[in-house]
Design a protein around this ligand. Structure first.
Ligand SMILES: [Zn+2]
Length: 228
């Protein structure tokens, strides 16, 4: 398996914002030999310091362990940082042959090891795992906490991994309901260039509510178009 240069596109399918960290396509301890599993981590970084203060450590490593330490970083806001396309040093020794460095992808989520997880970050965590499972043809059971495949590790703290995997499985199966974008595509009437009717006004209202359009003549989105 070569360098996994599709990882940024896979991350974008979550709907969460993606930062491609400069040089990620060729960063790694050689190419990634295979992807049989996904390992979830927390960074044990600082309690404060913004969205992803552990970026430099995950990219460049720390004394005694050279970077990159994982393919992905996950910020407190749910923003996904694509750090490396090759093999990373995120789990050794592994009690599972499908979750060692040569066989799995690592996600380092920003958390100091005790602080509560923001809802958006957890949602992005599950969606990123689901999209990776889809991309590499894996069942949700291949998503493991670091502590489940390395007895010396505590991370990621306080996440019920059985519930986490059940949510990932539902996302893979598409039983969680459509995303906002999918809903819009499905429910919106076809609008043609030059149309000026109530459908156009409603669309303008929704775009304005999302901050992507100037003020519309009608102020509010219709019910049923939000969320998802
Ligand atoms: Zn870890």
């Amino acid at each position: 398996m070569p360098y996994l240069t599709q990882l940024a596109d896979v991350a974008r399918r979550t709907g969460y914002p993606v930062t491609e960290v400069a040089g990620w396509r060729s960063r790694g301890h050689g190419p990634q030999p295979e992807v049989q599993g996904i390992v979830c981590h927390h960074t044990a970084g600082p309690a404060g310091g913004g969205d992803y203060p552990s970026l430099a450590v995950v990219r460049d490593g720390r004394p005694g362990l050279s970077g990159p330490l994982s393919q992905f970083g996950l910020g407190r806001s749910g923003r996904i940082y694509v750090i490396a396309a090759g093999r990373c040093w995120h789990n050794a020794p592994s009690t599972s042959p499908r979750h060692d460095n040569s066989s799995s992808i690592g996600i380092e989520a920003e958390n100091n090891g005790t602080q509560p997880w923001p809802a958006a970050q957890l949602d992005a965590y599950r969606r990123l795992c689901a999209e990776l499972c889809r991309e590499f043809g894996l069942p949700a059971s291949r998503v493991k906490a670091h502590r489940e495949v390395n007895t010396a590790k505590p991370d990621p703290h306080s996440i019920d991994m059985n519930a986490f995997r059940a949510a990932v499985a539902a996302l893979i199966a598409g039983t969680t309901g459509p995303t906002w974008t999918e809903k819009i595509v499905r429910e919106l009437p076809l609008i043609r260039l030059g149309d000026d009717n109530n459908d156009v006004k409603t669309v303008r209202g929704c775009l304005f509510a999302r901050g992507t359009c100037p003020p519309p003549p009608t102020p509010a989105c219709q019910t049923g178009w939000q969320g998802g």
